[in-house]
Every structure is written in C-alpha cells, then in structure tokens.
Design a protein around this ligand. Structure first.
Ligand SMILES: *[C@@H]1O[C@H](CO)[C@@H](O)[C@H](O)[C@H]1NC(C)=O
Length: 440
C-alpha cells in the first residue's frame, strides 16, 4: 500500500502539482480510504498509461518511424473491443504485428547505417536516410501486407484447383485432404522443431514455409475460411489443436496409412503420448473450449514474448523474468547480458498482449519485469504498481520490496541526469525518500 501511495506522489510531482499536504493525507491507515485510493489510482494510471503508450513503446528511439506507430494503431484497431470477435481477421492482425516488428528492425538498421555514415563524414548529418514510406508500402520479406494477404488467397485457389481437377466433391473430408495436400505437399509447409523468429511471424512463414505450430494452425484456419470451411481450435495442454466444425468427429480420427486427418492437421503433438493432445478423441473433442479469435491472437503473442525473451536472455541461461524478485540471486549482472533488440521485441509483443488482456496481473508483472531489464525504471514501477493492485495478496507481497528498490534506482538515475530545471523536483524527491524512511 505504501508503495502505491508513494507512486501516486511521484506522478503528482511529475505533473508539477506539488503539495506536501497531499503526501501527508496519503499516509492514512483507514482501510476504506486506502481501498478507494487503489481504485482511483488504477483508473488514474490507466489513463496515464494510455497517454504514454505511444511514447513508451517507442522509447528507445528519439524519433521512431511513422510506420512503427501506424502498425501499432492498425493492430489496436483490428482487435478493438468495438469489433465482434468473429469479424477480427487473424491474418491482418498478425501482419500488423509483423509490420511493427519489421519496422522496428528496419529502423535499427537505419540508425546503425546512419551513425556509420556520420562517423565517415566526421559527424556531419547526412540528409537522406529518413524512411518516409508508410506501412502499406513497406516490404516484409519482399512483399507488402496486401500481397501477403493475396498469397493466402492464392493458396486457397490452389486447393480449389485441386478439388476441380480431381473432380472431387465438396465433402468436408475431401476438402481437408486437398488443403493438406496443397499446404504440406505442394507448398511444403513444415512445423519447425526449433522455434526462431523466421518461423514466428506470418509473413516469414508464408515466405519460408517453416513455421511454429500456432502459426501453421492460423494459416490453416485462414485458408479454410477462404473456402467457407469453418475451423475451430482449442488450447489443450501446451498445444493448440484445430479441427473443422463437424457433426461427425469420428471421421477425423479414422487412421489412413498411419495417420488420422486430425494428426495430419495438428502435427506430431497428437501422436506424442506425453502430450495432452494425445488423449483427444472423437468423444472428448466436442467438449473442448473453443478459442475465440482474440484468444488465438493472445496465444500467438504469448509465444512471441517467450521466443524473444529466450533470445534476449540466451547468454543468461535459465534467467527468468521473475528471477530478480528473489533478491538472493540478483546481483544486477543479468541486465548487462541481455540482447537489447530481442528484449525490445518482447516488450512490444507484451504491450500488445496487454491491450488484449489488461487485467491479466501475471502478464503485467512480466511486462514490468522486462521494462526493469531494459532499465526503464519509471515505466517498470508504473506497471508493477498496477500489477500489485490486481495480484493476489501473496504475490503483491513478493513484489513490494522489489518495487521499493526500483523507486530508489529510479531516483538515482533521475539524480544523475537532472538539469537546472529538474533541481526543484529533485529536492522534493529527497523529501519523498525521507517520508518513505520515516514510514519504514
Ligand atoms: C491502417 O490504419 C489506417 C488509419 O485507420 C488506414 O487508413 C489504413 O488503411 C490501415 N492499414 C492497413 C494495412 O490496414
């Protein structure tokens, strides 16, 4: 609670509405009032974060490309809660996610090239280099977003050709067999055992043919949707399984030359006795919870966060996002060994997942921890404080000492960089520390 109160004080200081009276009245042990403060605080922070969102997501760059911002805005618009879940396009949403990541990588390359150029010119600014292209015309693995959507159309056309040329009727099973043939034989799509970033963005999977399990399922859903076949999916253990809506699920499990249709569609996980997917059969299938489009995007983004975090922390084998919460293990050295580009891509994916699941406290904790690893202490304190308001009490208790430590780290860094204008805030911050220690 103390941290929350302090955090509100810090925000007020930042806004220049300085009043020690507020600080004094903030230290109130009355439970009802405190509860009200938490709720006020969360709505207040939520609006602050909304205001800051754009800036936060672009914080490592001085003037980020307009493409980056546009891609995020298009993503947010696509999944906005104004649209019905069934109207959300998985393909478009995923391509917006691709576009943001590609724009970020392009910008990084540009900035590298720019500073290289500057070194050669002896520090003189070169005039070109600023990319003014827009998100619609940006190339991702050689194609624009619209061209990648056309690629999905082209795949479904190939399936139609397959059906017509073989004079196959429109029986569901035959359509699926044709989809399997085009996707897994003609086009040669493969599930990648090693998940790397080439297999983890829709455009790169369409381009390379190798993809993570969730992405191949999404491509399957999108191709079938174009053929008016509705594919549904469900999370089963660690896996995400898909199948067509059918009144006759037995036919999906009929084994033909070693594989069932269900097995071909979903890959190896279905044939692995260690996975929960192995236990799914025609009796249990109708009982599974069907994922919404938002759920599927959420699963995809969660995988993306995991992938980039893993890559960011590769040199730090076994480092978990929550490791610093156990003070014994944290000597601060972990932060130095993280790859900044992958860490940023993980944070970007996490920001998008939080737009989908704003009340998921564990996700917000992880987001706050990533911001800590990227040394954005102010933003980290903000996210972790909100998380504490939502989290179960025992989790909040684990976070509290860490958030207090972060406050100090943040004060330390603001001290280092303060200019004359900031001095007055600095003095007030010192008073906050004094109040904090008198509380403790
Ligand atoms: C992105 O959003 C803008 C503004 O709403 C819209 O004009 C543009 O067509 C969208 N781009 C894509 C690729 O959806």
């Amino acid at each position: 609670m103390r941290v929350l109160v302090l955090f509100v004080i810090m925000l007020i200081l930042h806004m220049g509405l300085v009043s020690i009276i507020i600080i004094r009245s903030g230290i109130d042990q009355n439970a009802d009032k405190n509860f009200k403060k938490v709720t006020d605080f969360t709505t207040f922070s939520a609006t602050m974060i909304k205001k800051n969102k754009r800036r936060l997501s672009l914080s490592p760059m001085a003037s980020a490309g307009p493409v980056l911002t546009a891609a995020r805005a298009n993503f947010t618009q696509e999944i906005s809660f104004q649209s019905k879940d069934k109207d959300i396009s998985l393909a478009k949403t995923l391509l917006h996610i691709s576009a943001e990541a590609e724009a970020f990588l392009a910008l990084n390359r540009e900035m590298d090239a720019h500073s290289f150029q500057n070194e050669r010119n002896g520090g003189k600014e070169s005039s070109d280099g600023q990319d003014s292209s827009n998100v619609e015309s940006m190339l991702m693995a050689g194609k624009t977003m619209d061209e990648w959507l056309l690629e999905l159309d082209a795949i479904s056309k190939e399936v139609e050709v397959e059906l017509v040329s073989k004079e196959i009727g429109c029986h569901l099973i035959q359509v699926l067999e044709a989809v399997n043939k085009v996707l897994f034989e003609t086009r040669g799509f493969k599930r990648s055992p090693v998940v790397d970033s080439k297999c983890s963005y829709l455009h790169s999977v369409l381009s390379s043919g190798c993809g993570s399990a969730i992405l191949l399922s999404i491509i399957y859903i999108e191709v079938c949707r174009r053929l008016n076949v509705n594919i549904v999916g469900s999370r089963v253990g660690e896996d995400f399984l898909i199948w067509p809506e059918t009144g006759n699920p037995e036919e999906l499990f009929k084994v033909n030359s070693g594989h069932s249709l269900f097995g071909i569609v979903n890959g190896r996980c279905v044939e692995d006795p260690r996975s929960k997917a192995y236990d799914v059969n025609s009796n249990s299938l109708p009982g599974l919870d069907i994922a919404t489009n938002r759920d599927i995007i959420g699963i995809y983004l969660a995988n993306l966060i995991r992938l980039h975090w893993k890559r960011a922390s590769r040199l730090n084998h076994g480092l978990m996002l929550t490791s610093p919460l156990r003070p014994v293990n944290d000597d601060g050295s972990s932060v130095r060994l993280l790859r900044p580009q992958d860490l940023r891509l993980a944070i970007m994916a996490s920001e998008k997942l939080l737009i989908l699941q704003p009340h998921n406290w564990a996700l917000r904790r992880d987001h706050g921890m990533m911001l800590y690893f990227s040394r954005e202490y102010g933003e980290s304190v903000q996210e972790l404080s909100i998380c504490m308001a939502f989290a179960p009490e025992e989790e909040a208790e684990i976070l509290e000492p860490f958030v207090e430590k972060l406050h100090l780290l943040r004060l330390e860094s603001s001290w280092k960089y303060s200019g004359p204008k900031e001095r007055i805030f600095l003095r007030l911050r010192i008073e906050v520390i004094e109040i904090e220690s008198s509380l403790g």
